[in-house]
Ligand binder design. Structure first.
Ligand SMILES: Nc1ncnc2c1ncn2[C@@H]1O[C@H](COP(=O)(O)OP(=O)(O)O)[C@@H](O)[C@H]1O
Ligand SMILES: [Mg+2]
Length: 463
């Protein structure tokens, strides 16, 4: 193995883990390591501090260790890459009959299999052949754009799906927070662990029958492709989920629920999804459903119990470093008050992109002119919030208006005193708003995120 091949392999592994390619400093460290240089020599050659080089090196070993499931360090990097190449080559030989050019690496030391694309081989042949074997229908899955961070969330979801074998996972969060993007990255990362993977967008609100028919067709057609001569009968959906290990992603699942009701009430004609999801939870099978949306079925609660195969991940904003990368991408690298901006927009990538575009278009310095508690609310940001707020029930609209008038987080007693609704209605509304991720709760105090608050205040002034 030469240095170029080792760098390519390391780059594939880092990309598979983080969605980003090696940067210049990381590459320099790998080059130096390959040539047996210590951190001091590497740092000297590029005129950087030894401390920084060591720090970046440690991060890199951690990423490679996580991706390969074995400890990688400066001292074993070279031997690990060489072992990996041997493992890849032997897999290639085994799979030669189908000319596959992406391989599963299942080395003895790995606690989980990983996948590396060897892009110097013919990608198109691979994709067609591989899709035939693994049966992936990702035609409705959006393309992944720039992707920052989310390593803890990816780890959590991967553990729930691959190790804990959860059958029903809800990924929830306010619009624009990055649910779909995270799920795309997750699918890219783990899809080869499943025999069947399908991404379904629920935009067109299919009835349960339509949805099941679509899945059954996907399974039965794939089976026919595998063994064209046998005449297999189509089976009920659950039988396929039992027979194969499948990953089914349902995006924008809020389209199954009624507007104008508390969160998670099925629309008329869609109630049979309730017993379907119950079946997915209760019956024994080896598949996983990932439900993504602003609202979740009421039967999928946020309370986590290790003994059930159900989990909920409520997505919050990006961390400051990742959010800053987004501002950088939009030409706001040197903005003074970037951390306040990220905090005010809660690290919501859609809001940050929207506001960064507006700041750019208004000529930069505009944020300095605004008082601290007044935020820019670009029209597209308001449109995104409106879509979610339009779905609120009357009682939720009253409660959210109450909260928008409070200058401090309000406790229950105060809300009951200020509101005109019975306490039980108020509690149900708070619960529903919290499931929609539109309010924040700290103990018994409730608050609106600043952006939501300002949006509702503008709305109340206008109405
Ligand atoms: N981790 C991330 N890194 C960079 N951009 C992101 C990230 N997550 C989301 N985005 C961007 O934010 C926007 C909203 O993301 P999306 O996944 O559509 O949100 P949601 O599905 O929660 O409404 C998109 O433009 C997406 O590219
Ligand atoms: Mg989405």
């Amino acid at each position: 193995m030469n240095l170029k091949e080792a760098l390519k392999l390391a780059d594939d592994l880092v990309f598979a883990r983080t969605g980003k390619h090696l940067n210049d400093l990381q590459e320099t460290i790998l080059r130096g390591t390959w040539q047996d240089e210590d951190y001091k020599e590497i740092a000297k050659a590029i005129n950087r501090s030894e401390h920084r080089v060591r720090e970046v090196g440690m991060e890199l070993w951690q990423i490679l260790s996580q991706e390969l499931g074995e400890k990688i360090s400066k001292s074993n990097f070279r031997s690990a890459m060489e072992r990996l190449q041997v493992s890849i080559c032997s897999n290639l030989v085994q799979e030669e009959s189908v000319q596959i050019n992406s391989v599963n690496i299942c080395g003895e030391n790995l606690d989980r299999p990983s996948t590396v694309n060897l892009s110097y081989l013919d990608k198109e042949t691979f994709n067609t052949k591989r899709a035939k074997i693994l049966h992936q229908d990702l035609s409705e899955m959006p393309e992944l754009g720039t992707f920052y961070d989310r390593i803890p969330e990816l780890d959590t979801l991967t553990t729930w799906i691959l190790q804990q074998r959860c059958r029903l996972i809800a990924l929830t969060g306010i619009s624009g927070i990055g649910k779909t993007t995270l799920a795309v990255q997750l699918v890219q990362k783990i899809k080869d662990e499943f025999e069947y993977v399908i991404w379904c967008s629920i935009d067109a609100s299919p009835t349960l029958t339509e949805f099941q028919d679509k899945l059954i067709q996907f399974f039965s057609q794939s089976e026919k492709q595998d063994s064209p001569t046998t005449t297999q009968k189509t089976l009920p959906l659950i039988k396929y989920l039992q027979k194969y290990r499948c990953l089914v992603v349902l995006d924008d699942i809020h389209n199954l629920f009624s507007s104008g009701e508390l969160a998670g009430k099925y629309k008329l004609g869609y109630e049979d999804y309730r017993s379907f999801f119950k079946q997915i939870e209760k019956l024994s099978h080896q598949s996983c459903f990932l439900l993504i949306g602003w609202e979740q079925p009421r039967e999928v609660t946020k309370v986590k119990s290790q003994n059930t195969p159900i989990r909920t991940l409520q997505l919050t904003g990006l961390d400051t470093e990742a959010a800053r990368e987004i501002l950088r991408d939009y030409g706001l690298a040197e903005i003074d008050n970037y951390s306040a901006l990220i905090h005010h927009y809660q690290g919501n990538p859609l809001w940050l992109k929207s506001v960064a575009t507006l700041i750019q278009e208004l000529g930069g310095g505009v944020t300095d002119l605004l008082p601290d508690d007044i935020l820019l609310l670009p029209e597209d940001l308001k449109d995104a919030l409106q879509q979610q707020c339009d779905r609120l029930s009357e009682i939720e609209k009253q409660v959210i208006s109450l909260l928008a008038k409070e200058s401090e987080p309000a406790n229950l007693a105060k809300l009951i005193e200020n509101g005109t609704m019975p306490a039980s209605d108020l509690l149900n509304a708070l619960h529903s708003l919290s499931r929609r991720c539109l309010i924040e709760q700290q103990g018994s105090f409730y608050n609106l995120p600043l952006v939501v608050k300002q949006y509702i205040q503008q709305f109340l002034r206008g109405s």
